[in-house]
Ligand binder design. Sequence first.
Ligand code: ARG
Length: 588
Amino acid sequence: MLLSIEQELSEIFGKAFESLELPFKLGAVQRSNRPDLGDFQCNGAMAAAKLGAGNPFVTAEKVAELVNSNDLIEKIDVVRPGFINLFIKSSAISQKLSQLADDSTFGVAEDLSAHKVMIDFGGPNVAKSMHVGHLRTAIIGDSLQRIFRFKGYEVVSDAHLGDWGTQMGMLIEGLKKRQPDLVYFDETVTNDYPTESPVSIQDLEVIYPEESGLCKTDPEAAEKARAATLELQNGRAGYRALWQHFVNVSVATLKRDYGELGVGFDLWKGESDADPFIPAVLEELADKAISIQDQGALIVPFRDEEGENIMPPLILRKSDGAVMYGTTDLATLYERVRDDKAKTVLYVVDGRQQQHFKQVFAAADLMGFNENTQYEHSYFGTVNGKDGKPFKTRSGGVMKLHDLIQMAKDEARKKIAESNFGSDFSQDEKEEIAHKVAIATLKFADLRNFRIKDYIFDLEKFSEFEGKTGPYLLMQVARIKSILRKAKGIGAEAGALLETSDNEKALSYRLLEFPSVIDRTIDKRAPHFLCEHLYNLAQEYSSFYQKQHIMKEQDNLKQASLLRLSQICMQQLEAGLQLLGIETLERM
Ligand code: ARG
């Protein structure tokens, strides 16, 4: 990893403070908010005064003295009451930038291949179409897996399908009612089931809501579904075979929807895959006296030293023997920790499941899973409608993910037509643009908010080509590409970077921040830091381009250097967008 100028300066200043027997961290250097007074500043002397180091101006002067000769710093000014302002050598900026740009990851990657990060996201449920509630986990989870991978971690993502709960029993019973003669229901048959599914996803999407509605009002139906789920979990052959068909037809549709979003998983495991680990988990919990029997159920209580309950217990097995959502999550974590040897496990799941993960993780801690593994719920807020309530369709129904993507595409087509972009492009290219703009719209609008915050879904606003939006960024990338193409047309190409001029400074500093932005994004599991950076970078390029007339530049070497700077900027924007899961366009 390349150190940013801030980091390098902070290191130098930290040492200076240290040699005055003051804390290293006082040397923290930041970009100056008064570029006329300096490129960077260090305010540590003021903080030192608060620690009793005496007159801050004197401290600042001593520090300045200590760091005076240096190949980064052009000039140091100490101003009252004790600020240290720094100007950086123009040659140092361009040198740093060349180094950064020559690296295929812009100085981000480190060898972290021994650190396995497992990311659990997506979490779609079998037989139910994905809805707006599945949007954020897909977008944030996918972005995080890309960013961790880019940094050099070994990443394994898992879709963790909801394929093991009572909804499976409902489907089995629902199908039995409709087609009682299917071989899967004949208990005398135990193998050689047909390979062709007896139901399509459309069938399941009809059966599921009907049955789930019925189970809410009819206790007998609910009891049947519960019993069927238990039989399935206990291994009844016909039910397992049927279940496999349900999973297969669902996964085919899920792959279509995720494919459209450009989201992928390494593993398509489900809750059911935790099943083989449940006996071992239950045994260990019992052996270590972590679990207890309570009114016929098996639970993990959470108590403080006085024996008071600090949160509701985790229910492992109900009195009827059925295991729960928490049990499968604990067993899945068991596999991830003990077999997969994950060092970090991230759950990119809705914030409304915080209590669930607190319980699962508390039980996991009691089992000692936290010895070499860190697990955390990297949760996110809700997508709301303009009324501040969870986003719904106009008629108040659940918004399907597929329909949402279509809506975004329609809006993109409309906006593109209005702005007259690519009016002479082929129909295919126009469609490609609409698709990429739509995905960029949805993803950027989601990722630009700190993940734990709720946001209001406003497609019209998200689709604007102005402001902090996905389409704006795609347009900026296409713009720089077009500048580079035009330059080539007049025989000008990117060359070596010359010493950084004043017009290029802000843009260059911004580009150099990339590695630390990625680190912050990883640290907080929060892609909005990257979004903010890319937006600022795009804006910085615009103001640079306005000030600096690249095409009219007479000095060939200077022009080649300006084009190189433009190219680096385009490449970083493209790489950053890629990390958000957003594909760019050559032109628009
Ligand atoms: N299937 C669940 C749901 O739709 C989400 C699963 C999240 N992942 C997990 N390991 N619990 O609510």
